[in-house]
Design a protein around this ligand. Sequence first.
Ligand SMILES: *[C@@H]1O[C@H](CO)[C@@H](O)[C@H](O)[C@H]1NC(C)=O
Ligand SMILES: *[C@@H]1O[C@H](CO)[C@@H](O)[C@H](O)[C@H]1NC(C)=O
Ligand SMILES: *[C@@H]1O[C@H](CO)[C@@H](O)[C@H](O)[C@H]1NC(C)=O
Ligand SMILES: *[C@@H]1O[C@H](CO)[C@@H](O)[C@H](O)[C@H]1NC(C)=O
Ligand SMILES: *[C@@H]1O[C@H](CO)[C@@H](O)[C@H](O)[C@H]1NC(C)=O
Ligand SMILES: *[C@@H]1O[C@H](CO)[C@@H](O)[C@H](O)[C@H]1NC(C)=O
Ligand SMILES: *[C@@H]1O[C@H](CO)[C@@H](O)[C@H](O)[C@H]1NC(C)=O
Ligand SMILES: CC(=O)N[C@H]1CO[C@H](CO)[C@@H](O)[C@@H]1O
Length: 831
Amino acid sequence: MAVLLTLLLFFFSTVVFGQTSDCPGYEATNVLDGDSYLIADLSLIGKCNTRLHVLISDADNHVFQVQEQVLPRPKSHNSTSGNTELKFNLTRNPFSFSVTRASTGDVLFDTSGAALIFESQYLRLRTSLPQNPNIYGLGEHSDDFRLPTNGYTRTLWNAESPMIPTHFNLYGAHPVYFDHRTSGFTHGVFLLSSSGMDIRLDQTDAGQNYLEYNTIGGVFDFYFLAGPEPVAVSKQYAEVVGLPAFVPYWTLGFHQCKYGWPDIDHVNQVIANYSAVDVPLETMWGDIDYMQDHRDFSLDPSRYPLDKVRAMVSSLHNNQQHYMHILDPGIRNLDSYATYKRGAEKGAFLRADDGSFYRGRQWPGEVVWPDWFAPGTQDWWTSEIRNFYDSSSGVDVDGLWVDMNEASNMCDTNCVKSSSSSDSYIQTWTSREDIVAPKKRHDSADPFLGLPNRDLFNPVYRIANHHGDISAFTLFTNVSNADSTKQYDTHNMYGTMMAAATRNALLSRNPNKRPFVLTRSTFSGAGRVAAHWFGDNASTWDHYRTAIRQMLSFTALHGMPFVGSDVCGFNGIAQEKMCARWAWLGAFQPFYRNHADISAPDQEFYRWQSVADAARRAIDVRYRLLDYMYTSQWRASVDGTPVASPLWFKYPRDQNTFGIQTQWFLGDALLVSPVVDDDSDSVNFYMPDDVFYDFWTLEKNKYSGMMHRADNVPLDTIPLHIRGGTILPMRVKSAKTTAEVRNQNFTLIVAPGRDGTAKGELFLDDGISLDSEGRCSEIMFTWDGKALEANGTFGFDTSVVVESVLVLGGDNGTREEKGPWGLMGAFGFHL
Ligand SMILES: *[C@@H]1O[C@H](CO)[C@@H](O)[C@H](O)[C@H]1NC(C)=O
Ligand SMILES: *[C@@H]1O[C@H](CO)[C@@H](O)[C@H](O)[C@H]1NC(C)=O
Ligand SMILES: *[C@@H]1O[C@H](CO)[C@@H](O)[C@H](O)[C@H]1NC(C)=O
Ligand SMILES: *[C@@H]1O[C@H](CO)[C@@H](O)[C@H](O)[C@H]1NC(C)=O
Ligand SMILES: *[C@@H]1O[C@H](CO)[C@@H](O)[C@H](O)[C@H]1NC(C)=O
Ligand SMILES: *[C@@H]1O[C@H](CO)[C@@H](O)[C@H](O)[C@H]1NC(C)=O
Ligand SMILES: *[C@@H]1O[C@H](CO)[C@@H](O)[C@H](O)[C@H]1NC(C)=O
Ligand SMILES: CC(=O)N[C@H]1CO[C@H](CO)[C@@H](O)[C@@H]1O
């Protein structure tokens, strides 16, 4: 159907630490009407504008738009002035627009190559790209970090994705890409849409590169992010989708999980066996094994009896360790199951067209599904969590893990094929008398509910979902949410909404504590509420390498700083040497958890001597760097600076770095270059044109932008460099738990850059308070070649000191200055 379109255009100003720099500007408000199908309301707003918002929507506002409650957007404010870094140029007939960078004249986005299509169930918009474009993002995927640009399709449709297949849609949808130009300038383009879509990167017959959106609904709601530094784009994206949640300090410790632990005694043995080999275990996890018949908020009475589970959790807590539980969205629909009964009373579940609760299949068997839009759902979910995880009578978990929330339905669209059990419940798929059908919920006066008369089950345009039909193995897309929107439009947000509801519940349980939620399924902005692991990969070298580029996508491009892979791989048999290398790889990724499938052999680090040795040493180094990592998590939560970034983020003009996906910067200072080839002891790695110091020997070297090779890399180390120009705070010693690490003193490593100067920062607080305002320290370190200064705010009460400062790279090598210096006020020294 033809749709009358409105074009809204906004410019945004960037506010950095409360300052805005004014730019001179112009005013433009145009209304285009008449012969074409298009109406355009143009309003330019902002001061020094680094962000441009272009919304192409139907004039009647029927077409679905992402609910503000799910993804709150920054408020746009009109202003009559604004010289913008991003220039918008509209061509009326045929309609197209372009966005150019004012300072260089570079065309960043240009839709003139193909006509815009805006139909009720198919939208297309194409932008041209430069030759050999460097495009990154559009996660979640397991493909090359720099995306292929010929005959390549990225499908965004959250799906159960065992083995994280390449070239397919996985668990998350992040319709944002970074376009990095050889000039060294980067910009970002975010399409705020939860619709299923194929994004094609290809060339025309004439050889023109393009990127083309093909969506099955929604509007074209674009945010253009000017950069121009890559890091600036990450920050500008965070301004749009929200700053990531700050994690508790303990979550940076080492975690162990496995699906298939038979009983609580076994779990206790794992804890004891880690202790016996002196590999610090911070957090134990419970996968669905703990549940009775795989039901949320239940314990198997014989395998995981409450008293024993409580005793284990107490013992963990007494040793300053932690415990996590998994939850799935599928709720077994039996009246004898109180969680279900209470949810039903609150109307917390999605409904079929006859008003009964819509059913599917998950681990517990036939289930119903929380409707996160229903008014009673949050209350119900919160009270289930508060009751079951009550610290005095239940399982006193330290955080929650939400899985299967794409949502993953073990039923295809026929609900037969995948049904492994004999109770073929498709036959019981009838309306239930006891449930009152809800009132007619669609009020056509409400905006953004979606156009009427769509085929929500079999849209004409079929995205390349790896499960086939969009309703296969998930919730039927024609199911209505309580706010009258449809799963067809909101599917990609289901998992993030579950994570948000879980975070809210944890906040209600412990209002002053920073909650920790790990989610499998994500959507743009999920970082505000949850951390993420990369799902069910395999115990292969290939997935060891994949973990690096997936980390880079999430931390640098998708605003999710707390992520990691299942260390040693989830499916299949972990080989000893690979697991030892992965113990190191994981230690330099933000979230560090060993986890395996029920069908996989046990792969705890202590299962092999060599792996235990590797892990012990890797954890030792990680824990000494824990405050450096914590500080970068804090920094990300404050302004969106990536925790881990690709090399081109720091060397944006060095074209050699654009395709690197097996090395990364962790924070500002550390360059990690692990062994990546199967079973190898050597690694070829790139060193940008700069000063670097070997982390282990502290030896200084000037590099010139070339490949280097390390041979005979033993299993007890990882190639690691400190970038010149940085100051690295490290604990003097590691410890068995992160709580003990916090009592250790610091040493500062000053690594002067080419110009002889260096800087760094350190954030200190109690590690757990939701709000540590006034009780935290934000310390800036500067080195000018002769003097060190530590300055900032010093609100955190601590007796920990800086014992010494190592200044690297002097004429006589490393120079050590002995303190101690207290951390409750500014300090410094001159050489
Ligand atoms: C900006 O101005 C336009 C045109 O006058 C108006 O339609 C729009 O509502 C304004 N937007 C805001 C956020 O004030
Ligand atoms: C605007 O776009 C038209 C058509 O692509 C082009 O001819 C014109 O030069 C552009 N104007 C500016 C200021 O970029
Ligand atoms: C723990 O270690 C003991 C002694 O080596 C071993 O017999 C047992 O199987 C181990 N259990 C687990 C769960 O690792
Ligand atoms: C969705 O479509 C399926 C297949 O046509 C149909 O069986 C089902 O009743 C529909 N559900 C709703 C909620 O409309
Ligand atoms: C930290 O340094 C202070 C002052 O030198 C010292 O008293 C204290 O014992 C040190 N703490 C640890 C855990 O070594
Ligand atoms: C450090 O802080 C003090 C007090 O706020 C201030 O006077 C001084 O100029 C600061 N030094 C630097 C290098 O910022
Ligand atoms: C380096 O060592 C030599 C010999 O001990 C000494 O004379 C010189 O002053 C030192 N230089 C620096 C910069 O400390
Ligand atoms: C990236 C990768 O290794 N993907 C593999 C995951 O596992 C499946 C099934 O074993 C393979 O087909 C993929 O190639």
